[in-house]
Design a protein. Structure first.
Length: 97
Protein backbone atom coordinates (compact mmCIF):
# COMPACT_ATOMS: atom_id res chain seq x y z
CA UNK A 1 0.00 0.00 0.00
CA UNK A 2 1.44 3.39 -0.98
CA UNK A 3 1.62 6.45 1.25
CA UNK A 4 -1.11 9.05 0.79
CA UNK A 5 -0.21 12.01 -1.43
CA UNK A 6 0.98 15.11 0.39
CA UNK A 7 -1.47 17.99 0.60
CA UNK A 8 -0.40 20.65 -1.89
CA UNK A 9 0.87 23.93 -0.54
CA UNK A 10 0.71 27.35 -2.20
CA UNK A 11 2.97 30.39 -2.16
CA UNK A 12 2.51 33.94 -3.44
CA UNK A 13 5.70 35.88 -4.21
CA UNK A 14 6.39 39.46 -5.19
CA UNK A 15 9.93 39.85 -6.49
CA UNK A 16 11.47 43.31 -6.88
CA UNK A 17 14.73 44.65 -8.22
CA UNK A 18 15.96 44.37 -11.80
CA UNK A 19 13.58 41.55 -12.69
CA UNK A 20 11.92 42.77 -15.90
CA UNK A 21 13.64 42.63 -19.26
CA UNK A 22 16.06 39.91 -18.10
CA UNK A 23 14.05 36.76 -18.87
CA UNK A 24 12.84 36.34 -15.29
CA UNK A 25 9.30 35.18 -16.16
CA UNK A 26 10.42 32.65 -18.74
CA UNK A 27 13.17 31.31 -16.47
CA UNK A 28 10.71 31.05 -13.56
CA UNK A 29 8.31 29.17 -15.85
CA UNK A 30 11.01 26.67 -16.80
CA UNK A 31 12.06 26.20 -13.15
CA UNK A 32 8.48 25.76 -11.91
CA UNK A 33 7.75 23.24 -14.66
CA UNK A 34 10.96 21.37 -13.87
CA UNK A 35 9.79 21.11 -10.25
CA UNK A 36 6.30 19.94 -11.25
CA UNK A 37 4.54 23.01 -9.85
CA UNK A 38 1.33 24.66 -11.07
CA UNK A 39 0.42 28.36 -11.09
CA UNK A 40 1.52 31.50 -12.91
CA UNK A 41 4.05 34.33 -13.13
CA UNK A 42 3.60 37.87 -14.48
CA UNK A 43 5.17 41.31 -14.64
CA UNK A 44 3.51 44.08 -12.65
CA UNK A 45 3.08 47.70 -13.72
CA UNK A 46 5.54 48.91 -11.06
CA UNK A 47 8.46 46.81 -12.36
CA UNK A 48 8.16 43.80 -10.06
CA UNK A 49 7.34 40.18 -10.86
CA UNK A 50 4.45 38.37 -9.17
CA UNK A 51 4.26 34.59 -8.89
CA UNK A 52 1.77 32.10 -7.46
CA UNK A 53 2.72 28.43 -7.30
CA UNK A 54 1.09 25.29 -5.91
CA UNK A 55 2.52 21.89 -5.31
CA UNK A 56 4.74 19.86 -3.04
CA UNK A 57 6.12 21.95 -0.19
CA UNK A 58 9.71 20.84 -0.79
CA UNK A 59 9.49 21.85 -4.44
CA UNK A 60 7.93 25.18 -3.51
CA UNK A 61 10.84 25.87 -1.16
CA UNK A 62 13.25 25.13 -4.02
CA UNK A 63 11.37 27.56 -6.30
CA UNK A 64 11.45 30.29 -3.64
CA UNK A 65 15.19 29.77 -3.23
CA UNK A 66 15.61 30.07 -7.01
CA UNK A 67 13.43 33.23 -7.09
CA UNK A 68 15.73 34.92 -4.56
CA UNK A 69 18.52 34.69 -7.16
CA UNK A 70 16.69 34.58 -10.49
CA UNK A 71 18.24 34.12 -13.93
CA UNK A 72 21.55 35.62 -15.09
CA UNK A 73 21.10 39.36 -15.52
CA UNK A 74 18.52 39.70 -12.75
CA UNK A 75 19.29 41.63 -9.58
CA UNK A 76 16.78 40.53 -6.96
CA UNK A 77 16.55 43.08 -4.18
CA UNK A 78 13.54 41.80 -2.25
CA UNK A 79 11.13 38.86 -2.20
CA UNK A 80 7.85 39.19 -0.33
CA UNK A 81 6.51 35.76 0.47
CA UNK A 82 3.03 34.80 1.62
CA UNK A 83 1.77 31.28 2.20
CA UNK A 84 -1.72 30.56 0.92
CA UNK A 85 -4.15 27.69 0.89
CA UNK A 86 -3.85 25.61 -2.28
CA UNK A 87 -6.99 25.83 -4.41
CA UNK A 88 -6.24 23.19 -7.02
CA UNK A 89 -7.38 25.65 -9.70
CA UNK A 90 -4.19 25.36 -11.77
CA UNK A 91 -3.51 22.57 -14.25
CA UNK A 92 -0.04 23.79 -15.26
CA UNK A 93 2.39 26.66 -14.81
CA UNK A 94 2.20 29.58 -17.26
CA UNK A 95 3.10 33.19 -17.90
CA UNK A 96 0.22 35.62 -17.44
CA UNK A 97 0.04 38.91 -19.27
Amino acid sequence: MSAPAATPACVHLRISGRVQGVGYRYSALVEAQRLGLRGWVRNTADGAVELVAEGDETHLERLVTWCRIGPPGAVVQHVEQQGMRATGDFSDFRIRR
